[in-house]
Design a protein around this ligand. Sequence first.
Ligand code: NI
Length: 152
Amino acid sequence: MAIREIVPYTDKFIRKQSKPVSVFDDKLAELLDDMWETLLSVNGAGLSAVQVGVLKRVFILNINNMRIEFVNPTIIKKSGEQCKEEGCLSVAGQYNYVKRPQCVTVVAYDRFGNKFTLTCEDWTAVCVCHECDHLDGILFIDKICEPPKGER
Ligand code: NI
């Protein structure tokens, strides 16, 4: 395993479209292992492959000691709305409010190619949406909104 360098938002690479994974092989496993080592080294909540320079539709989440790998994720259902403060390992030191669905259902594959469906809400839903955006070259700084009343 190896810690990989994180691509900053100032690098145009971060805006590229990631491509679906078609082969669930050792190379994919190595990418995921390296992403875990990278994410845990900075105590982050989520990391997409594009952020370590690989244009594959892959991201990982580390939330409340729950570690999940998503390959070829698709959000199939969204409901409600929430506005929370987000940050990003590619946008060091910046935090802004972003509007997201309160609840999302995502279909994805694990590293072995097994399909799964996950419905999540609150902060986990924020993270799923944030990471899915990365796979399409979208950053949270593209979606900044006003903080909800009562905050700030
Ligand atoms: Ni991010």
